[in-house]
Design a protein around this ligand. Structure first.
Ligand code: BTN
Length: 322
């Protein structure tokens, strides 16, 4: 991010009004340059109030993402990780990008991702954030976590059917120090009191000789307040803003450990759908039944009205109301 823009946010983070003149002097730029930067920040959707006699004021402080701070939270000894590369991933942070997934896809297609070193991409804002099943993902500036990770597996694609569930578990485990009572709605929506807090998107490619490469993405609502009644955020749950750098580092650290261990056994504990009557949209079909957890591959087990249980590898689930 532009140095002046960063400094401007830091000054405005005190929540007070600052005149164009005062800002210009502090940043050593003209008033009209200040105005241009303010316009840019407003275009990102930042809540900046302008009053002629008083100047500019940022209504909610923004702590920007910082790769050095994030790395500090990843680097402490993670069990299951070999020392070195995986403790020190490449981290690229965009001020604004279409989608963090797009960046990693380009990187991957150019063959720029060496060996086992994971690449992380984060953004302050996404202009075309992608959700599951072709939905969009709301990605306002500086408030949430938009994270994608390019990871190489020494596994065949057929062994990775539970991957998105593993990632859901990592996110939940990283969030547990902040809030208990989180659940996972199969396959991988993270819910708090039935409202969606985070979503996960996984794209896997088969490589040669039984290797696979995945782009693993997490969208987590952190400091975005009072959303709609079907969504929630950490700030709405814990009632105070959270340090996104710390949380991002903790999620990455947990994710790296879990991607190595690949253990789904804790998943059942967080199962939001367990024993509930649900509807599964699977391709063109809508299937009703009682959710009975998952099998070893992470497929959803659904009991029909005759008591027969079938496993489903993909789909969208919702609770059936009577
Ligand atoms: C879902 O629909 O639940 C999945 C949402 C995934 C959102 C994340 S944010 C980071 C990454 N970039 C995107 O465009 N989408 C994913």
């Amino acid at each position: 991010m532009n140095k002046n823009l960063k400094q401007l946010i830091n000054i405005l983070n005190d929540g007070k009004y600052h005149s164009g003149n005062a800002l210009g002097e502090k940043l050593n730029i003209t008033r009209s340059a200040v105005w241009k930067f303010i316009k840019q920040l407003k275009s990102y959707g930042l809540p900046i109030d302008s009053i002629k006699a008083k100047g500019y004021c940022l209504k909610q402080p923004i702590i920007l993402l910082d790769s050095n701070k994030i790395k500090k939270y990843i680097a402490t000894s993670s069990r299951g990780l070999t020392a070195g590369s995986r403790n020190n991933p490449g981290i690229k942070i965009f001020t604004s990008i279409s989608s963090t997934i797009d960046y990693l896809k380009t990187l991957s297609s150019r063959g720029l991702t060496a060996g086992s070193i994971p690449q992380i991409c984060l953004a302050e804002q996404q202009t075309a954030g992608k959700g599951r099943l072709g939905r969009t993902w709301q990605s306002p500036f500086g408030l949430n976590i938009y994270l994608s990770c390019l990871w190489n597996f020494n596994k065949d694609i057929s062994e990775l059917s539970g991957l998105s569930l593993i990632v859901g578990l990592s996110v939940i485990k990283a969030l547990e120090p902040y809030t208990k009572d989180l659940k996972i709605k199969w396959p991988n929506d993270i819910l708090y009191e039935g409202k969606k807090l985070a979503g996960i998107l996984v794209e896997i490619n088969a490589e040669t000789n039984g290797y696979s490469r995945a782009i693993i993405s997490v969208g987590l609502n952190v400091n975005m307040q009072n959303i709609t009644d079907r969504w929630t955020s950490i700030i709405d749950i814990v009632k105070k803003p959270l340090d996104r750098n710390k949380l991002t580092g903790e999620i990455i650290k947990q994710l790296f450990a879990d991607l190595v261990n690949f253990d789904l056994s804790a998943w059942q504990k967080y199962d939001y759908l367990k024993n509930k009557k649900i509807k599964l949209i699977h391709g063109q079909k809508s299937i009703s039944g009682i959710a009975c957890g998952i099998n070893d591959q992470g497929h959803l087990l659904l009991k029909d009205k005759n008591g027969n249980i079938a496993a489903y590898s993909s789909g969208d689930t919702s609770i059936q109301r009577f």
